[in-house]
Design a protein around this ligand. Structure first.
Ligand SMILES: NC(=O)c1ccc[n+]([C@@H]2O[C@H](COP(=O)([O-])OP(=O)(O)OC[C@H]3O[C@@H](n4cnc5c(N)ncnc54)[C@H](O)[C@@H]3O)[C@@H](O)[C@H]2O)c1
Length: 432
């Protein structure tokens, strides 16, 4: 393949990462085959539609499918570059599960030819790219693989993690800097040549192991720093202090930047990736391990405090604002907001109402609880207790006069002007 020629590309795994990546590469003019194990995913993409929510992705996929630069299949086909973006969940006891990566690599092995590049993008424990390389070497003894030959290798293998923000994936895929970790420096240079076609951010080369660790460190950094904020909020509750005020004041220090507390940490990255480090180095990672505990414990703390408030006001309706794990998205995976709202619904039944503009129906966790999905206006009209669990912009914009007289437990600090609850609680108790 000459460097001016556009490589043919095969992207394995067409989810939140793989589909936008495949579409952006196809827009750069490369011929892209997207491979997934799910019929529905393949059929949807081939009809020019998408099966996930992401800003502007529908128009892009429709365009590249119509132009014929992106098509989807259940089968891998020979290509110049293979990109693996399959799930890397954890299994029992938080042990990382790399079986999807190895299955995808097995399928790629049969299609590899001299000159090809294989890139792993899935968030992975350190050493996964080398394990994938070893698997390829075993399945394809006819190929000279990097790191296991003294000759020039026949193929290049690299690890290039993704650090996009859901809701801004198409923008960040192109603009963010990326770590490009080669099994050898030559592999990294091959991978850079590929990413240069569609990434405008800086491409920084390193080893595969360092790139794997970098990705895990980024999310562990977030987790540890959120844990500090969450621990401060638990301490402040204990000492009857306003944590939001304390953090606001502390952040006036020129070298202090404390993050915001919340009801816990959710999603499939920040709450998951630290375990990949803990599993590899349990004795060496006490801080990361404790941060995970603190963030999980914060969810129980919120549940307990919400219940105390609700128990003070029997019979009163309760609105839980938000189920998503973070603002302005429809992703409820591993969401502490959903866990808290579902537990309250099981405890208080039909008194609990859910306000979630990003849901068309309540998730399965609410089945049989009697909880109802309502909109913001209904909540303001019918619920006296309001618990904020997600900081959607739509919630933030509810003005104080519409919240006046409500009993509010604001776990996200979205309504700093909300008066102390004591007056509202005693008024409601008198009325009750
Ligand atoms: N979503 C994010 O914001 C994000 C950000 C950074 C990194 N990541 C990482 O990227 C990887 C993919 O995450 P995602 O959110 O896109 O997952 P996802 O669940 O949205 O999509 C994964 C897709 O892979 C398919 N798949 C499973 N096994 C396969 C196989 N053997 N061959 C082909 N396809 C297969 C699934 O059917 C699914 O459609 C994970 O390692 C994740 O940790 C995700």
């Amino acid at each position: 393949m000459l460097s001016e020629e556009k490589p043919s590309v095969c992207v394995l795994g067409l989810g939140y990462i793989g589909l936008p990546t495949a579409a952006v590469i196809a827009r750069s003019g490369c011929s892209v085959l997207g491979v997934d194990v799910t019929d529905h995913v393949v059929d949807t993409i081939n009809s020019g539609k998408i099966h996930i929510e992401e800003v502007d992705l529908d128009g892009l996929v429709q365009g590249v499918v119509a132009r014929g630069t992106l098509r989807a299949s259940l089968q891998v086909e020979p290509s110049d570059v293979f990109v693996i973006a399959v799930p890397t969940p954890f299994g029992d006891n938080n042990i990382p599960d790399t079986s999807y990566v190895m299955e995808a690599a097995t399928n790629v092995a049969a299609a590899l030819k001299v000159g090809d590049t294989l890139i792993l993008e899935s968030t992975s424990p350190v050493g996964t790219t080398e394990k994938m390389r070893d698997l390829i070497a075993k399945l394809r003894p006819d190929l000279k693989v990097p790191g296991l030959t003294n000759d020039i290798p026949d193929i290049a293998i690299a690890y290039c993690p993704e650090r996009v923000l859901p809701g801004k994936i198409l923008e960040e895929l192109i603009q963010n800097d990326r770590s490009i970790g080669g099994i050898t420096p030559r592999c990294a240079r091959k991978a850079i040549g590929f990413y240069h076609r569609f990434v405008r951010g800086d491409l920084i080369t390193t080893s595969a192991r360092a790139a794997e660790m970098t990705k895990l460190v980024e999310n562990s950094y977030r987790d540890v720093n959120i844990a500090f904020a969450n621990e401060l909020s638990i301490i402040s509750d204990h000492m009857d202090l306003d944590v939001w005020e304390v953090i606001r004041l502390a952040n006036r220090h020129p070298r202090v930047n404390i993050l915001q507390p919340g009801p816990g940490v959710g999603g499939h990255c920040i709450a998951v990736d630290p375990w990949f480090i803990i599993h590899s180095a349990p004795e060496q990672s006490p801080l990361i391990r404790i941060a995970r505990d603190v963030n999980d414990r914060k969810t129980g703390h919120v549940l307990e405090r919400a219940s105390l408030l609700i128990d003070e006001l029997p019979g009163v309706s309760i609105a839980c604002f938000g189920l998503a794990f973070k603002a302005n998205i429809d992703d409820f995976r591993e969401s502490p907001a959903l866990k808290i709202a579902a537990k309250l619904a099981r405890r208080y039944g039909g008194r609990v109402k859910i306000v979630e503009p990003y849901a068309s129906e309540l998730p399965a966790a609410f089945e049989g609880t009697g909880a109802q999905l309502i909109d913001i206006d209904q909540a303001l009209e019918t619920c006296q207790i309001m618990i904020t669990l997600t900081d959607h912009d739509m919630f933030k914009s509810i003005p104080l006069d519409e919240r006046a007289g409500k009993v509010v437990y604001d776990t996200r600090g979205i309504w700093p002007d909300q008066p102390d609850n004591r007056k509202a609680v005693s008024k409601l108790r008198l009325a009750g």
